[in-house]
Design a protein. Structure first.
Length: 475
């Protein structure tokens, strides 16, 4: 059903009731919300469709190993000597070097705390913002307005971290490389958060750090005043060389925000009370602009029903339990019959594992047993020391991968697992390609990154700490 705008407020109220009732944590862990219960018209706010960002200075050499190393570095996993050697060769070819390996702290180092209480957001707001893929979908960027008058920066929306940090006029000129800078003096609403600093260390030994300002931040019509904006006085080389991105906007939990002495609230946490629904959605796509919606669920963006599972946010992430897998698609992508997918469908191999939904990680990183089982079905696949991970012939027919999450079967098309060329500049000219599915290594959880998220419509429900999944057309 489509609801006329004249009745939209009543529908929004009923859905808010639904959010606190049907989606309540006290109900069973896994449940389904049918599409007709959610189908509403947009209640205002802007819809922004940004153009695809292709950085003319960006080079695709070794994009696969670089994406794998980025994930390890982000979560503080020591990079193996073999992968480090590959990186040194690749990055030397790109014109820069990296620091030595180290354990690092990743993003998971914040303390519990809520920051100041002066934040205000637009009333009953909704907003949509387009997510824009760079070459090989390695990073999705979206438009964010900061300050008064608004300064538009392209940021990486990251559900695996909780800091909003940007290149700014405080960033050393030697560490900026064409990024749009946040001009602090150019904003009449910017003011320093006295005594506050931030620092994020990465597994390759590099770091980003700086001080903190409070300013007005707007995303697709949703505005927050006195949002903590972390200004970079030092930037890791990997970010310096990503010229299209001006920083990150974290959408995980406040507890892992890296501001000291008091962790600050994320943009979503500050806006949530005044959103029409206490959630945001991610609809990422391959080779074209996707979008994030704040405060509403657009039912035109997915097919079938939404299947919800509880999220464990105690570690600061959007963490959930996946129950198993199958190599190949399950007929009727979506909800399996019965109480659990692993029990209801004999094609599913039971393999429970903890995972996080992370828009800031490029790859789908799963337990080694699942990864090995998948690539056993690809005759040319091998775990290659030369390339730092699983590779295969670029013309290989890749099977779909089904992942069971509660009662839901999420199908990742094989086309998404062909991530990037390993020995050339394009998939069409290369002979060997790097897999978008890789082993999770020493991480304590699997990472359902962009390769997975491009195959699914995902709801991040902050009101009840739940995740919703639904199939969508594969572009």
């Amino acid at each position: 059903m489509k609801v006329a705008s004249s009745t939209a407020a009543a529908v929004a109220a009923s859905l808010l009731s639904l959010s606190s009732g049907v989606l309540a944590a006290a109900l069973p862990r896994n449940f389904v919300v049918t599409k007709d219960m959610l189908e509403i018209s947009v209640l205002g706010g802007q819809t922004i469709k940004a153009s695809q960002v292709l950085n003319p200075g960006f080079r695709s050499v070794g994009r696969g190993p670089r994406a794998l190393a980025k994930a390890y570095s982000k979560f503080g996993v020591q990079i193996s000597p073999e992968l480090l050697l590959i990186l040194e060769e690749l990055l030397a070819a790109l014109g820069f070097t990296i620091a030595g390996t180290g354990a690092g702290t990743g993003t998971n180092g914040g303390n519990n705390g809520g920051g100041i209480n002066a934040n205000q957001s637009t009333s009953a707001s909704q907003g949509m913002v387009a997510a824009v893929p760079q070459m090989f979908d390695s990073e999705y960027l979206a438009q964010v307005d900061i300050g008064t008058p608004p300064q538009t920066l392209m940021l990486d929306f990251d559900t695996g971290s909780s800091d909003l940090w940007v290149f700014s006029t405080e960033t050393p000129k030697t560490q900026a490389n064409g990024q749009t800078l946040y001009n602090i003096a150019g904003s009449s609403t910017a003011r320093p958060l006295q005594g506050a600093t931030w620092s994020i260390k990465y597994g390759d030994g590099s770091s980003s750090s700086g001080d903190v300002y409070l300013d007005t931040v707007s995303i697709g019509g949703v505005t927050v005043e006195n949002q903590a904006v972390e200004s970079a006085r030092q930037v890791s080389t990997s970010f310096t060389n990503d010229t299209a991105s001006s920083g990150l906007l974290g959408l995980a939990m406040n507890s892992i925000n890296q501001v000291k002495p008091t962790p600050q609230k994320t943009f979503f946490s500050n806006a949530i009370d005044n959103l029409a629904m206490p959630l945001f959605t991610a609809n990422l796509k391959k080779d074209t602009a996707g979008n994030y919606n704040f405060g509403f669920i657009d039912t035109t963006e997915f097919t079938g029903d939404l299947s919800f599972v509880n999220a464990n946010v105690s570690q600061g992430f959007w963490q959930f339990e996946a129950t198993g897998f199958a190599v190949g698609g399950i007929t009727g992508n979506g909800t399996a019959a019965g109480a659990g997918a692993a029990d209801a469908n004999p094609a599913i191999v039971s393999m429970p594992h903890q995972a996080i939904a992370d828009t800031g990680t490029t790859l789908l990183m799963l337990p080694e047993a699942i990864v090995a089982a998948y690539y056993q079905q690809v005759p040319s696949a091998q775990n290659s020391p030369q390339f730092g991970g699983y590779v295969f012939d670029c013309d290989a027919a890749l099977p779909d991968l089904t992942l069971a999450i509660g009662s839901y079967n999420a199908v990742v098309p094989g086309a998404l697992i062909n991530f990037a060329p390993a020995d050339g500049l394009s998939v069409s000219t290369a002979s060997t390609c790097f897999g978008g599915l890789q082993a999770v290594g020493g991480l304590p959880f699997a990472i359902y990154g962009d390769v997975f998220l491009k195959s699914q419509f995902v709801v991040f429900h902050g009101g009840n700490s739940q995740l919703g999944f639904a199939p969508k057309p594969f572009n």
